[in-house]
Design a protein around this ligand. Structure first.
Ligand SMILES: N[C@@H](CCC(=O)N[C@@H](CS)C(=O)NCC(=O)O)C(=O)O
Length: 280
């Protein structure tokens, strides 16, 4: 009898965690000019972390873009996700947008910014291919390393999330990676794919300062976002981190260059766990 109650109780707790994780989208009813200032991007993203300003390559990507394009913004740090059930997302002059790349295109159009103005058509095409590679593939390798192979241990320490929530994120990640296709590979195959992505970036970068020359362009935001997770998010992707240092040192140095250029406040952003804002 007692065991039945324990089993029912445990099932109820697990079901609640799964429900809460699935339904943590923000209810957006805020008014520009009243709830947040005009002409300022409100960047909703996950809390800061102890190794990099974000544990999400997409959040780093978008914040780097805002800095590169000199767009005024304010951060709102929370685990709540946006209208597409993901983070980051923004509010801007009454518009609500999700997806880092769509947000960047939206803001570039609205504010008539073109960070790629020096690029030829051919270079723009290459930039798009690299952006898709890092956002749609490299990202998944890092995600598997973190949440499945390392069972979210580093994030558990950082976020202080309950074990059950970390377990649920791992479970969802595994399912999503399987649906994507990458989750059907062995860990060894995923490791090799990650190294191949880093090698491709390194080979293209060569001895240039940024991907397309002396000045950074839009794609550097996406590359820095995802590679920053390998380089700075210390406990995960340990093998890839070593590979970055030993086998593709130009890419490693590139990350430092991006960090120095766009994140002079990196150390202040990198906190020991939650920021005060993040506990909201
Ligand atoms: N394509 C989206 C991807 C964003 C994304 O995958 N964000 C992750 C964090 S790195 C997320 O919100 N995951 C929460 C979830 O899937 O429930 C973008 O570029 O913003």
């Amino acid at each position: 009898m007692e065991w039945t109650s324990i089993a029912i109780g445990s099932a109820a707790v697990v079901a609640t965690v799964i429900y809460v994780m699935k339904n943590r989208r923000t209810d957006i009813k805020r008014e520009c000019g009243k709830d947040y200032p005009k002409d300022t991007v409100i960047l909703h993203q996950f809390p800061r972390g102890p190794y990099a300003p974000s544990m999400s390559g997409f959040c780093i990507k978008l914040e780097t873009f805002l800095r590169m394009a000199n767009i005024p913004y304010q951060n709102v740090h929370a685990y709540k996700t946006g209208p597409k059930g993901k983070s980051p997302w923004i509010e801007y002059n009454g518009d609500v947008m999700a997806d880092s790349q769509l947000i960047m295109s939206f803001l570039s159009d609205k504010l008539e910014i073109d960070l790629d103005k020096t690029l030829s058509k051919e270079q723009r095409a290459t930039a798009r291919a690299f952006q898709k590679m890092v956002d749609e593939y490299t990202y998944w390798s890092v995600l598997l390393e973190r949440w499945v192979y390392h069972r979210g241990e580093s994030c558990k320490t950082i976020t202080k999330l309950p074990s059950l929530v970390v377990w649920e994120i791992g479970r969802r990640t595994k399912n999503m990676a399987y649906a994507h296709g990458i989750g059907r590979h062995t860990q060894q195959e995923v490791d090799l794919n990650l190294e191949a992505d880093l090698t491709a970036l390194s080979d293209f970068l060569g001895d240039k300062k940024f991907m397309f020359g002396d000045e950074p362009t839009e794609v550097d935001c996406a590359i820095f976002g995802q590679v920053s997770q390998v380089k700075y998010h210390v406990p995960d992707a340990v093998k890839a981190k070593q590979f970055l240092k030993d086998c593709v040192p130009n890419l490693d140095a590139y990350c430092e260059r991006m960090k120095e250029r766009f994140w002079p406040d990196w150390d202040e952003c990198v906190t020991n766990g939650f920021t005060k804002e993040a506990t909201k």
